[in-house]
Design a protein around this ligand. Structure first.
Ligand code: SF4
Ligand code: SF4
Ligand code: SF4
Length: 253
């Protein structure tokens, strides 16, 4: 069993994922694979990619769930809602994926809390993947080693990149800014303030892994009157007035 040097780290670099604004486009997953294919964990192999049962190594996966509120607006019938849920390593403060590792290949960095794998020491026993309740470990059958999200450690400290680009690839590419990166150990950081303001949550808190990454829950939808279908676009003599009113309603949705 491997001991984790620090029980907690001062800096806690991680991600905040906004489930309200994620549109499930998978750009983050693809950008992650592309960046890491050329990085130190490369290659992220694919098997039978055009076959009936393709399999590949992805550090970030996006799942879609359909939810059904108990009742709709005003007590009327509820409408379903799709929530998109990106999933990658949460860089837990109590990562049992590290403590079960028999070789010390899995480790958590004291300086920033990032959980990494030393591939030279990994024997591919998969114990860490069984210990991870979030399904964040990825076994690469080509290399015979385990891989996972590195929090793009090779981007965020890369002084060859402009400062604005020293962020994870998945954060850089997200078209809705549903992914944020920062120090969750600093209560004054942008990410910490966003978590406080939106009631950010841990995944599976009862397990005690204390994930650094946080999820911002989806917001309530507005009342039915605000989301009623718009009438058809106007025509006729009073088109100016009616068009302005229609655009106004459209933009204020
Ligand atoms: S890129 Fe952003 S919006 Fe698209 S799936 Fe990922 S988190 Fe969601
Ligand atoms: S999410 Fe899983 S792989 Fe990542 S640190 Fe936590 S237990 Fe380990
Ligand atoms: S932080 Fe980097 S390695 Fe982790 S999911 Fe995002 S792009 Fe992939």
């Amino acid at each position: 069993m491997t001991a984790i040097a620090p029980n907690t780290t001062g800096r806690k670099l991680g991600l905040v994922i906004d489930l309200d604004t994620c549109v499930g486009c998978h750009a983050c997953a693809v950008a992650c694979k592309e960046w890491n294919d050329g990085g130190h964990m490369a290659p992220l192999t694919d098997e039978d990619p055009y076959g009936r049962e393709p399999f590949g190594v992805w550090f970030n996966r996006v799942h879609a769930f359909e939810t059904q509120p108990e009742s709709g607006c005003g007590g009327g019938p509820a409408s379903t809602r799709t929530v998109h849920f990106p999933r990658s390593c949460l860089h837990c403060e109590q990562p049992d994926c590290v403590t079960v590792c028999p070789t010390g290949a899995s480790y958590k960095r004291a300086e920033d809390g990032i959980v990494l794998i030393d591939e030279d020491q990994c024997i591919g026993c998969k114990l860490c993947s069984w210990a991870c309740p979030y399904g964040a470990r990825e076994y690469d059958s080509h290399s015979g080693t385990m891989k996972k999200c590195t929090l793009c450690v090779d981007r965020i400290y890369n002084t060859n990149l402009p400062p604005a680009e020293r962020r994870p690839a998945c954060v850089m590419v997200c078209p809705t800014s549903a992914r944020l990166f920062g120090d969750l150990g600093d209560p004054g950081s942008d990410v910490s303030r966003r978590v406080a303001a939106r009631g950010g949550v841990d995944l599976l808190p009862d397990l005690g892994y204390r994930p650094v990454n946080k999820y911002l829950p989806p917001r309530e939808r507005r009342a039915a009157a605000d989301t009623a279908p718009l009438p058809d676009a106007p025509g006729g003599a009073d088109i100016g007035q009616r068009l302005l009113g229609w655009v106004d309603r459209l933009l204020s949705r």
